[in-house]
Design a protein around this ligand. Structure first.
Ligand code: UDX
Length: 443
């Protein structure tokens, strides 16, 4: 099939590259010419395992094309995916400006019947707005093409986006037009070849599913963080409790890890947007408001521990920051706990020596540009020289088994604040380290 994908961010680029890998001809459209030129050279603007190969290979075969001209893409396709950003508005709601701008342009340039598929995370009712906008533009031109707007939310995770797209748990298609549903099933069939993974529903439910899914996962994390905080107070170990409850198949083991808070481009934004949507429909979401509150407090959990250990005034202290991205496998630092923690520690007078396997460039460019209090190091060992303690916030594999003897020789205090429960308490104790994990007391 010939398809157009508008937006070359995480979702758009992965969608375009994966569809082209299955033999479709894909036009990726973006307004950012600089980004398009880089993509044509195989330079991917984000770190995502496997994506570079996919883009390079399919671009070379001409199955994947990059253009700033929407008209060129749409002229040659009968399906058009919208995968542009929906940033957070000041009041927490999803800002639909980009989505509706795209809809306007589609209406201005389309020259035959079109299936428009929304992949961006958008509030319930957006498909209607997109359709209305396109129809308005068509009317202005006196054109009478048929347009179907479908909701097809994307569930890919950063760091495993290509794999998630290639082997989806489910493909949700929100539409009431059987013909359109069949066309999309055909397009997605190669990704679902061994199992029937299509879930067909009305467009509103499809839009809501994406929010409900992220809200449920965020709730699990805030719930576990709250359990961890209670465990600590009553002398229980959250790791054992996690095993204990995860063994109940109704609960399951996955997504049950307490930590120093969730971040990323989805959970914080989507939880906020769903609270706002509920408000707009006269419902006060008690649970989601607390999910958000627990998470904001959890991002400061390690700072609280540090203050209890060193006092309120951290002047003269340097801390080794292990990890900056919001999770391993990505260079994304949006809503990352590391940013909140570092800024708070600096406010209290501390200096930071930071290292992350992927996110250093992003950190230098967008978060701590020319910040005299933050020093970026070449590796994890450099950060600990003369440090008052190590603070682990992202569970990259290379932080899993460091040489604690080497660290012990150069660090000022043998102390670790572990925001991701990566180490064994007893082992660290045997190495002479004070250890502050999440939800399992300290040594
Ligand atoms: C998420 C959803 O998983 C995905 O389906 C959706 O499309 C986009 O949002 P992503 O933001 O890439 O994906 O990250 P994910 O792996 O889900 O982790 C989100 C956050 O939760 C991270 O900050 C992570 O550290 C945290 N987390 C995750 C925990 O604290 N504990 C867990 O057990 C799992």
């Amino acid at each position: 099939m010939n398809i157009t994908v508008i937006g070359t961010g995480y979702v758009g680029l992965v969608t375009g590259a994966c569809f082209s890998e299955m033999g479709n001809k894909v036009f990726c459209v973006d307004i950012d010419n600089g980004k398009l030129e880089k993509l044509k050279k195989g330079l991917i603007p984000l770190y995502e395992p496997g994506l570079e190969d996919l883009v390079k290979r399919n671009y070379k075969k001409s199955d994947l094309k990059f253009t700033n001209k929407l008209k060129e893409g749409i002229k040659n396709s009968n399906i058009c995916f919208i995968a542009v950003g929906t940033p957070m508005d000041e009041d927490g709601s999803a800002d639909l400006k980009h989505v509706l701008d795209v809809a306007t342009e589609i209406g201005q340039v389309m020259s035959h019947d079109l299936i428009v598929v929304n992949k961006s995370t958008v509030p319930v009712g957006t498909a209607d707005k997109v359709k209305k906008t396109i129809k308005q533009e068509l009317k202005k031109r006196g054109a009478e093409y048929k347009v179907d707007v479908v909701s097809n939310p994307e569930f890919l995770k950063e760091g495993s986006a290509v794999g998630d797209f290639m082997r989806p748990d489910r493909v949700i298609i929100g539409s009431d037009n059987p013909e359109v549903i069949n066309t999309l099933k055909e397009l997605y069939f190669p990704f679902t070849i061994n199992h029937e993974r299509f879930i067909i529903m009305d467009v509103y439910s499809a839009e809501m599913t994406k929010y409900a899914s992220n809200a449920m996962l965020a709730t699990r994390i805030s719930f576990m963080n709250e359990m961890a905080n209670i465990c600590e107070r009553v002398g229980a170990d959250i790791n054992r409790v996690r095993e204990g409850i995860g063994s109940d198949s109704r609960i399951g083991y996955r997504f049950l890890y307490p930590g120093c808070g969730y971040g990323g481009s989805c959970f914080p934004k989507d939880v906020k947007a769903l609270i706002k949507t509920a408000q707009d429909h006269d419902y006060d979401s008690h649970i989601l408001k607390q999910v958000e509150k627990v998470n904001n407090e959890q991002k400061l959990y390690l700072v609280k521990k540090i203050k209890e250990r060193f006092g309120e005034d951290l002047y003269g202290h340097s801390f080794a920051m292990w990890g900056l991205s919001f999770k391993p496998g990505t260079d994304d630092m949006r809503e990352a706990p590391s940013v909140v923690i570092i800024n708070k520690l600096i406010k209290l007078g501390a200096k930071i020596k930071a290292y992350d396997p992927q996110a250093m460039d992003v950190a230098k460019k967008y978060y701590f540009k020319n910040n005299p209090h933050v020093e970026f190091c070449d590796n994890k060992y450099q950060t600990v020289e003369g440090a008052s303690a190590i603070i682990l916030v992202t569970e990259w594999k290379e932080f899993r088994s460091p040489d604690f003897d080497d660290i012990g020789a150069v660090i000022k205090n043998k102390i670790i604040f572990d925001g991701r429960n990566q180490y064994h308490k007893e082992y660290l104790k045997s190495k002479g380290f004070e250890y502050y994990p999440i939800g399992n007391g300290s040594t």
